[in-house]
Design a binder for this molecule. Sequence first.
Ligand code: ADP
Ligand code: MG
Length: 333
Amino acid sequence: MKLAELGEFGFIERIRRAVAGAPGVHLGIGDDCAVLELPPGERLLTSTDLLIEEVHFRREWTDSFRLGRKSVSVNVSDIAAMGGTPRHLYLGLGIPADLPVEELDAFISGFLSACRDYGATLVGGDTCRSPGPLLISVTVEGSAPSAEVVSRRGARSGDGIYASGTLGDSALALRRLLDGSLPDDVSAARHHDPRAQVELGRTLAKARLPSAMIDLSDGLLADLGHILEASAVGAEIEIAALPLSPAFRSALAEAPELIELALSGGEDYQLLFTIPPAREGELAAISTALGLPLTRLGTVTAEPGRLWLRRADGGREAATAKGFNHFSPFGKG
Ligand code: ADP
Ligand code: MG
């Protein structure tokens, strides 16, 4: 079936029926505005992301269900990075006329399954025909007690720099897809269906542990660069400390230049955060409780904007926030 047969309102009605009510949602889909309430005393956090076919994704590389999930996760990740709880989502769709309604249904069901995972509710959006690519615009609203909101601005010289999970898996999968080869299952799952680290973000923020935090969407060096710039500090990162998955390590054994993907590859959606030295000891218990590795990558330094990479042989090299091109022929430098 084509969308023209179902009609815009028929499609919206299908979405509306699939969404369950939630506390704080007085009116969701179906009126001129959503009517919402935040827990008393909490600040509103909002973020928007655009996903455009052929720019951010290819329809032949992913299925619509996982595309729906990813559209939610990449947005919710921004709320996690501020220490917030995701609450409401808005979905704007520009739909090509030839996209089968079955694909749209799979997209919506993936979208709503991810909303459920994060305890957030789809409360509105807009639907329109696109003369070209599929266009997906997602806005997320979350909230946090004002004293617990974590920005990129608070990193201080001497703080430890930490990342959750493993780095480079999503970029490895993308590299394989671009090469026309098949990614391994673990890396492919990280790329097509990343999980936002909401529980970690909340746990760290509630304990007021991070001095600065960001989610890893553009790659470690670029995102660390944002913290350094916002906080007017520098950093030194140990390359040997980068947390890598078994799949990534075995790819690296074949092709050492792939380390570039752990440094500069994007879309890990892990959290990168800085912790004052006196409080670093508190992380081990959090890591155990969440079953998530939290790895110390290096240290914040006093030189604004300076980013050093320490090699295993003890030498160090300057990296730019944009990327690091000494290791690899495909560096972005
Ligand atoms: P309006 O003309 O007032 O903009 P619409 O007909 O565009 O209203 O939308 C009707 C209702 O459906 C609104 O509550 C809107 O937020 C919701 N809506 C429209 N498209 C979507 C979508 N893709 N996902 C979720 N809600 C949607
Ligand atoms: Mg509208």
